[in-house]
Write a new protein. Structure first.
Lengths: 591, 195
C-alpha cells in the first residue's frame, strides 16, 4: 500500500481531485502537513462531537462466530478461574455482558453470582460411593455399573441412557443453552462436554444442533449482537460496541437500524418509526382517496370532494358552496380533520423525498453515462469523482431529510410528547427546527439541480463552475445535516423527561460493519484485530493510540474537501482499496 | 417412546401404599400404558375433604423426560384448576418437571395444591378472584362442588341403592351402609354380606 504513495500529487488542490484513484492518499505527505493544520483542528473538533455516540460495528459470519465469543469466554475464564463450560454458562445467563458480570460479582459475591447462573459452587466430591460398583439410576430405576453412569458437577448421578434421552428431548425443545440437571429443583446447568459426548454417540445430528445452538447463543442471548435482518438471510450477525443506537450496513449490503432491526430511519427514533410505519399503513387508503378525489377549497384550502359534473365546476361556485357547507362542522370532526391534514402534510413531504430516493439507481446510471462521455471528451478535466461524491451526499442528505418529516410529526405532535412541552415552547422549537429543515431542503434541491445538469456538453469552464457549486453545496448540505442533528439531539430530544435516542448523523454514510478478524493462537493478540477493526476514525481513548493510525485518520479527513470521508476496508488479503463506502461495489470498481 | 418398564415400576410403587398416601393410579383402559387414570383423596381440613378426585393422565412419548399431561376429570372449584375443563396450573407439570419425579409425586403435588391454592398464579381467574375477595363464598362453593361431583355417593346414588335393593337388601340398610363407605358399591356389598 505504501509503495505508490509518491504518485500522489502533493498540492492540496489537485489532491482533492485525485483522491479517488489512489490507495494511499490518506497518508499526509510532509508538505501537506502544515497547510492543513487548521482543517485538522476542525476535524478533531468534529470528532469530539461524535464521541458521545461512539460505536463500532463488526460482522460476525458463521466462520467467525466462535472466534467472536472466544474473547469474552477467555476474559471470564481467566478472571474468575472458571472452566470453559462454566464460563459459557455464566455468560449465557448474564447475556454475554462481561461488564455486568463483574459488576454483579462485586454486588452479589461470587457464590450468589454462580448459583443463580447454575454453576455448582464446589466441585462435587467423588467420595459418594467408591465401594459399590453399581448405582441405581433414579430415573429408570435400573441398577447400572458406575461406568455407564455420568455425574454432573452438582454430584447428581444418573445412567447414561437416561441422560441421553433427556438431552435429546431438551435439545429438540430448543433449550440447548440451559439444560438443567435432571434432579428435581437442581439448578445446575449440565456440562456441555458430557452432553456432547452422550448425544453424539446416539444422535450425531442432534449433537450438531446442540453445538450450533450453543454457538448461536452469542447472537441470540446478547444485546450487543443481532442477526442481519436481510431476507433471504445472509447468515451474518452484527456486533456493536458502544452505543447500540446506530445504523449499520452488513457486508451483504443490507442497511438497518441496529436497535430495532428495521430499515435505517434516523433522525426518526425507533419508537417514532414504529408508530409512523403503522400510521402509514392504517392511513394510506384514506390519504390516497383524498389525494385522488379532492381538491383544496380556494377559500380555506381544505380538500373538497367533487362528486360528479365537469372539471370546470371544481374551481367555481359549486365547490366553494360545498366548502362553505363543510365549514360549519362540529368541533370533533374538525379536530379529526386537522389531525388528518397534519399527517398528510408530513406524509406528502416524507413521501416526496423517499420517492426521489427510489430514483437513486436510475440517476446514478444516468450520471455514470454522462461521466464516461465526459471522460472520453478531449478536455483537460479528467477527474469526475466530484460528481459521484456529490451524488452520494445528495442521497445521504435526502434520506436524512425524508426521515426528518416523521420525526417532526411526532416531535411536535401529541402522540408521544403531549405533556413534555408547553404549547409556546413547542411552537418556538418547531420554528427553530423547521427553519433548519427548510434550509437543508432548499440546498438539497439546489445540489440536485446542479447534479442533473448535462455537464457532458459543457465547456471546461462551465464544468469547473458546476464542480465548484457541487463541492460547495455538498459541504453546505453536510454542515446543515450536522446542524439539524445538533438541534434535534441537543435542543429537542435532550430536554425530554423520558430519554429518546436516535442514531447519530454519519457524514460519510452508514457505518459498514467491518469483518471480524481474530487471531486464534495467542491469547493477547486475539484482542488486537478487533481493536483494529474498530476503525481508524473512532477516537476512542486508548484505541487509536498508534501514531500511524492517528496520522491516517487526520490525513483522510483533512484531505477531504466537502467530500465524504473515506474509510479503509478492513481487508486481510491486502490490496485493500480505499473508496467511499456508500458507493456500491460495481460503481466503486469503475472509478 | 414411553419407558414402559419405568411406568410399570411406578404403578406398582404407587399403588402399594395407596391407603396411606391417598393417591392411586390405574391403566385407563388396559390397552395402552400411555393413558392412565389417577385418583387423589381430598385433603383433610379443606373444602375438598371427603371427595375423590379423578385425574386423566397421558404420558407423552418423551416421558419421563417430558412431564406427564394431567387434567382433572372430576369438576373442582379451585383457583389453579379450570372449573371449565379441569386444566391444571402447576409448575412441576410444566417447566419445573424433572425426570426424577414420578407420577406419584405429581399426584401428591396435586393433593398439596388442593390444600394450598396459589391464587396469585391462577388458572381460573373467576375462582381466584373469589378466593381472594370472598373466601367464605369460595369455600362454600368448593365444598358444594366436592359434594356434588367428587363423592361417588352423590353420583348415581339412586342407581346403586336400587341395584342393592334388587339384590334383596332392605333399602334403609343399603342407604346407611353406602353412606358409611362413601358410596363405594363393592365395599357396601361386602359390608352388607358380612354384616
Amino acid at each position: 500500500m505504501v509503495t505508490d504513495a509518491e504518485e500522489v500529487s502533493p498540492t492540496a488542490s489537485s489532491s482533492e481531485l485525485e483522491q479517488e484513484d489512489d490507495d494511499d492518499d490518506c497518508y499526509l505527505s510532509d508538505q501537506e502537513d502544515d497547510a492543513l493544520e487548521e482543517s485538522v483542528l476542525q476535524v478533531l473538533e468534529d470528532e469530539r462531537d461524535e464521541d458521545c455516540h461512539w460505536s463500532s460495528t463488526s460482522v460476525i459470519t458463521k466462520e467467525s462466530l466462535l472466534a467472536a465469543q472466544r474473547e469474552d469466554l477467555r476474559k471470564v475464564m481467566e478472571l474468575l478461574g472458571l472452566r470453559e463450560h462454566h464460563a459459557r454458562t455464566l455468560l449465557i445467563h448474564y447475556r454475554w455482558d462481561v461488564e455486568r458480570i463483574f459488576e454483579l460479582l462485586d454486588q452479589k459475591g461470587r457464590d450468589r453470582l454462580f448459583s443463580e447462573a447454575g454453576i455448582p459452587l464446589q466441585p462435587a466430591n467423588n467420595a459418594g460411593s467408591p465401594s459399590s460398583t453399581e448405582v441405581t439410576c433414579n430415573v429408570c430405576y435400573d441398577d447400572v455399573p458406575l461406568s455407564d453412569a455420568s455425574k454432573m458437577d452438582c454430584g447428581h448421578n444418573y445412567c447414561n441412557e437416561c441422560w441421553t434421552g433427556y438431552f435429546i428431548v431438551k435439545i429438540n425443545e430448543g433449550q440447548s443453552r440451559r439444560i438443567k440437571c435432571m434432579a428435581p429443583k437442581c439448578n445446575t446447568i449440565c456440562d456441555e462436554a458430557i452432553v456432547r459426548k452422550l448425544v453424539n454417540a446416539k444422535r450425531p445430528d442432534i449433537a450438531e444442533r446442540f453445538e450450533r445452538f450453543l454457538l448461536e447463543s452469542y447472537i441470540e442471548d446478547n444485546d450487543t449482537v443481532k442477526w442481519c435482518p436481510s431476507t433471504p438471510h445472509c447468515g451474518n450477525a452484527i456486533r456493536v460496541k458502544g452505543d447500540i443506537h446506530c445504523e449499520v450496513e452488513c457486508t451483504c449490503g443490507r442497511q438497518f437500524c441496529f436497535n430495532c432491526s428495521s430499515e435505517a430511519h434516523s433522525p426518526c427514533s425507533c419508537v417514532m418509526w414504529e408508530l409512523w410505519i403503522k400510521k402509514c399503513r392504517d392511513e394510506s387508503e384514506t390519504v390516497n382517496w383524498i389525494t385522488v378525489n379532492t381538491k383544496p377549497c380556494p377559500k380555506c384550502h381544505k380538500p373538497v370532494e367533487k362528486n360528479g359534473g365537469c372539471n370546470l365546476v371544481a374551481s367555481g361556485y359549486a365547490v366553494v358552496l360545498l366548502a362553505e357547507i363543510t365549514h360549519g362542522q362540529s368541533k370533533k370532526t374538525e379536530q379529526a380533520r386537522r389531525n388528518l391534514y397534519r399527517y398528510m402534510h408530513y406524509h406528502n413531504r416524507y413521501k416526496a423525498h423517499t420517492d426521489s430516493l427510489k430514483q437513486e439507481a436510475k440517476l446514478k446510471g444516468d450520471i455514470q453515462g454522462k461521466i464516461s462521455i465526459s471522460e472520453n471528451k478531449d478536455s483537460k478535466i479528467k477527474d469526475y469523482s466530484w460528481v459521484i461524491n456529490g451524488l452520494n451526499r445528495l442521497f445521504r442528505s435526502r434520506r436524512v431529510l425524508s426521515y426528518s418529516y416523521p420525526f417532526a410529526f411526532y416531535m411536535f405532535g401529541d402522540e408521544i410528547f403531549k405533556d413534555e412541552m408547553t404549547s409556546d415552547e413547542r411552537e418556538l422549537k418547531q420554528n427553530l427546527f423547521e427553519d433548519q429543515q427548510q434550509q437543508l431542503e432548499f440546498n438539497v434541491e439546489r445540489l440536485s439541480g446542479f447534479l442533473e445538469r448535462d455537464f457532458q456538453n459543457f465547456s471546461d469552464d462551465e464544468v469547473m463552475d458546476t464542480m465548484k457549486h457541487v463541492i460547495n453545496l455538498s459541504n453546505v448540505v453536510d454542515r446543515l445535516c450536522k446542524q439539524m442533528y445538533q438541534c434535534i439531539e441537543n435542543d429537542l430530544l435532550y430536554p425530554l423527561r423520558t430519554p429518546h435516542n436516535i442514531a447519530p448523523y454519519k457524514s460519510k454514510g452508514l457505518d459498514r460493519a467491518s469483518e471480524l478478524n481474530v487471531c486464534w493462537d495467542s491469547s493477547e493478540q486475539g484482542l488486537q484485530p478487533i481493536k483494529y477493526s474498530q476503525d481508524e476514525h473512532k477516537s476512542q481513548p486508548g484505541l487509536s493510540g498508534s501514531s500511524i493510525f492517528g496520522k491516517r485518520q487526520l490525513g483522510s479527513s483533512s484531505n477531504n474537501n466537502g467530500r465524504p470521508h473515506k474509510r479503509e476496508r478492513n481487508d486481510a488479503h491486502g490490496g485493500a482499496a480505499l473508496f467511499d463506502l456508500n458507493v456500491p461495489a460495481e460503481v466503486a470498481d469503475k472509478i | 417412546m414411553v419407558d414402559v418398564s419405568r411406568v410399570q415400576k411406578e404403578l406398582t410403587e404407587c399403588n402399594r401404599d395407596r391407603e396411606v398416601s391417598g393417591v392411586s393410579i390405574a391403566l385407563h383402559d388396559g390397552s395402552t400404558i400411555s393413558h392412565l387414570t389417577g385418583t387423589i383423596a381430598g385433603p383433610q381440613g379443606t373444602p375438598y375433604e371427603g371427595g375423590t378426585f379423578v385425574i386423566d393422565i397421558r404420558l407423552p412419548g418423551g416421558y419421563p423426560f417430558e412431564p406427564p399431561k394431567m387434567q382433572f376429570i372430576t369438576k373442582v372449584w379451585h383457583p389453579n384448576i379450570s372449573s371449565q375443563n379441569g386444566a391444571i396450573c402447576l409448575d412441576i407439570l410444566k417447566d419445573q418437571w424433572s425426570p426424577a419425579l414420578t407420577l406419584k409425586t405429581a399426584l401428591l403435588s396435586l393433593q398439596a395444591l388442593l390444600s394450598a391454592p396459589a391464587p396469585d398464579d391462577p388458572q381460573d381467574a373467576v375462582v381466584a378472584q373469589q378466593y381472594l375477595r370472598d373466601y367464605s363464598t369460595f369455600s362454600a362453593t368448593a365444598r358444594y362442588w366436592t359434594e356434588a361431583f367428587a363423592k361417588s355417593s352423590s353420583t348415581g346414588m339412586e342407581e346403586k341403592v336400587q341395584k342393592l335393593v334388587e339384590m334383596g337388601f332392605p333399602e334403609d340398610m343399603v342407604r346407611s351402609v353406602l353412606k358409611s363407605v362413601n358410596g363405594d358399591e363393592n365395599m357396601a356389598l361386602e359390608k352388607l354380606c358380612s354384616g
